[in-house]
Design a protein. Structure first.
Length: 185
């Protein structure tokens, strides 16, 4: 895992339908993004009619095939300046809060923290009522108090910025890229 090029964004996609399309549209506007998908993300992408092969046309896509999350090793060698997790399921947020790293994306978060690489987490569950697009229908969901509390708890973690909507996600990434002096216009 030698370093061959300028550091990029590592983007973790989780199994969230909420804000999935919006996140993917936004990713297309950014330079040099590699995608890391959880097993649930692969399933959910397929349910929303988004094949992985389409994402592979523009990005390197890493999947969750190993028990030890081998691709996280790229973080150790400076391949990535920032980790973005978005959209982040309540499951992934809960694991990040608890220090559990048993999926590709939660492993990235843990290792990013240990490498002092900043993480930006676009959490799905920030409001008591969420109207979202499920496959074939629009549904209203009511995130549980524990989901909302975990989003709040994550804000206290070091090297972590929590974005609660798309505008906040874009602002956090803009700020990070400006700080790194990365231009993508
Ligand atoms: C179609 C579909 C949409 C889903 N959308 C969400 C969602 O918006 N938010 C969420 O927290 N979980 C959602 N889930 C459930 C997660 O995929 C599930 O909790 C999974 O275990 C998350 O794994 P991950 O966090 O490793 O990606 C959805 C599941 C399906 C089948």
């Amino acid at each position: 895992m030698t370093r061959r090029q300028a550091p990029r964004i590592a983007w973790g996609l989780t199994g969230s339908g909420h804000y999935l399309r919006e996140s993917l549209e936004y990713i297309e506007t950014l330079p040099e993004v590699d995608l890391f998908v959880t097993k649930a993300a692969v399933e959910v992408l397929s349910m929303y009619g988004i094949p992985l092969d389409r994402l592979r046309e523009r990005h390197r896509v890493f999947q969750d095939h190993t028990a030890s999350s081998v691709p996280v090793g790229f973080l150790y060698s400076g391949h990535y300046h920032t980790l973005v997790i978005g959209p982040a399921t309540s499951n992934t947020v809960a694991k990040c809060v608890a220090g559990i790293s048993d999926t590709l994306v939660t492993n990235l978060y843990a290792q990013a923290g240990k490498c002092r690489v900043p993480s930006i987490v676009f959490a799905c569950d920030c409001e008591s009522t969420v109207i979202t697009e499920a496959p074939g229908q629009t549904v209203t969901l009511y995130p549980r108090p524990i989901d909302l509390a975990n989003t709040e708890r994550l804000k206290d973690h070091p090297y972590t910025t929590v974005a609660e909507d798309l505008a906040a996600l874009k602002a956090a990434i803009d700020e990070r890229l400006a700080c790194l002096n990365v231009s993508f216009s």
